[in-house]
Design a protein around this ligand. Structure first.
Ligand SMILES: [Fe+2]
Length: 235
């Protein structure tokens, strides 16, 4: 069994469920106070150490899922999943999904005027190793427009889901890139108060960068406590 307390969701940096500048939260957020329902052991525990066998092999390289290479800047994203005591969280599933280099998702509702890339699906998953470490190879996603307000553009981002020990403990967050001017005017990023918002921005790391191949970024995810990475309410 895995320690489910690492996945409790009560940190100050978590964005509010209602944030009017992020328009869709107004309709979907609860209008009544929440009632806390204690989770039972069977809801928050599950098989430990064998998620990779249950979910299929890792999809750690999003640039080799098709015959050709996708367009865009190849990047490596790596880091640790840590609990509030900065202890590594081993053997936990991380799923990612993202737009392609032009900012387009393979999704029926994404019909804006940017090209799909036949060599890029934009989805991957890995399991942290025994020291809580994960690593993906992908391409840097592009910014894309959305209908929140006039001239609204999402900063480049990668969505991450941490499954935890059971489906009931799944948590979702987003990774942003340093020096992106869209972050400070993005209502979704701004729903996360400072200084917590900065924890959603990965760091360029020349030590992770591989010569003649890919830029490297570090993104550590802290699941609870003072240094927690802000995690979204699941839509
Ligand atoms: Fe997105």
């Amino acid at each position: 069994m895995t320690d489910s307390l690492a996945y409790a969701h009560d940190d100050a940096g978590a964005p509010p469920s209602r944030f009017p500048d992020y328009r869709s939260t107004v309709l979907r957020s609860p209008s009544l106070p929440l009632v806390r329902i204690p989770q039972t052991l069977t809801e928050v525990t599950g098989p430990a150490g064998c998620w990779d066998r249950l979910m299929g092999s890792a999809l750690a390289d999003l640039t080799t899922q098709h015959e050709g290479a996708p367009l865009g800047q190849r990047i490596i994203v790596t880091g640790h999943v840590l609990d509030e005591a900065r202890r590594p969280v081993p053997h936990t599933v991380i799923e990612i999904w993202q737009a392609n280099a032009a900012g387009r998702y393979i999704h029926g509702k994404d019909q804006w005027d940017a090209p799909l890339d036949p060599h890029f699906t934009g989805a991957g998953r890995v399991v942290t190793d025994g020291e809580g470490r994960y690593r993906f190879v992908t391409i840097r996603p592009g910014a894309y427009p959305w209908g929140n307000h006039r001239n609204a553009w999402r900063p480049a981002h990668i969505h991450l889901s941490l499954l935890g020990p059971a489906y009931a403990t799944r948590l979702v967050t987003q990774l942003y890139f340093p020096d992106d001017p869209l972050i400070e005017i993005d209502p979704i990023a701004n729903a996360v108060p400072m200084p917590y918002r900065d924890r959603l921005v990965c760091r360029f790391d020349i030590g992770i960068t591989e010569p003649n191949w890919a830029l490297g970024y570090r993104f550590d995810i802290v699941l609870k406590g003072r240094d927690a990475t802000p995690l979204e309410e699941e839509a």
